[in-house]
Ligand binder design. Structure first.
Ligand SMILES: Nc1ncnc2c1ncn2[C@@H]1O[C@H](COP(=O)(O)OP(=O)(O)OP(=O)(O)O)[C@@H](O)[C@H]1O
Length: 130
């Protein structure tokens, strides 16, 4: 492998990171649900730090945040693809969009339940302490 080849591959790699970041910025700017997820994620990270949760709990929370945000990106991509394919009202377009939205919804609900399991007792203890 010569240095030229490595430099070219690295450039390609960083270019693809750049495209991914552009996609993420687009989703954050245009999708209200993504803005809600990110706000919730910031709150959860603050509470996680505040309550000094365990290493395993950090891992679970980071997995949940990453999964919800990734699913929202995929949902946005599916919405755009469908809008690109048709601007007519079609049952299949509705099914595809709604099912993609359901993927985010299911994981967001499960993440909220995990959040309650991790934080509920700690919040109660903190409130009693006040
Ligand atoms: N081409 C289409 N044919 C049939 N139903 C559609 C079509 N486009 C959207 N819908 C449906 O209309 C409803 C609203 O969809 P729309 O994409 O406008 O908003 P949304 O799903 O809330 O997304 P956004 O995050 O952009 O607000 C959804 O149930 C969606 O499945």
């Amino acid at each position: 492998m010569n240095m030229d080849f490595i430099a070219k591959e690295l450039k390609r790699l960083f270019r693809s990171f750049g495209f991914a970041i552009q996609g993420f910025i687009h989703a954050v700017k245009k999708e209200r649900n993504m803005q809600i997820h990110l706000t919730a994620a910031c709150l959860v990270l603050f509470f996680a730090y505040f309550f000094s949760i365990s290493r395993m709990e950090w891992i679970i929370i980071l997995l949940c945040i990453g999964s919800v945000i990734s699913l929202e990106c995929i949902n946005t991509a599916i919405e755009r693809t469908i809008d690109l394919c048709t601007d007519e009202i079609k049952p299949l377009a509705k099914q595809a969009k709604d099912t993609a939205a359901a993927a985010v919804f299911v994981f967001a609900i499960i993440s909220a339940i995990i959040g309650v399991i991790i934080f509920f007792e700690r919040v109660l203890t903190f409130l009693n302490f006040l």
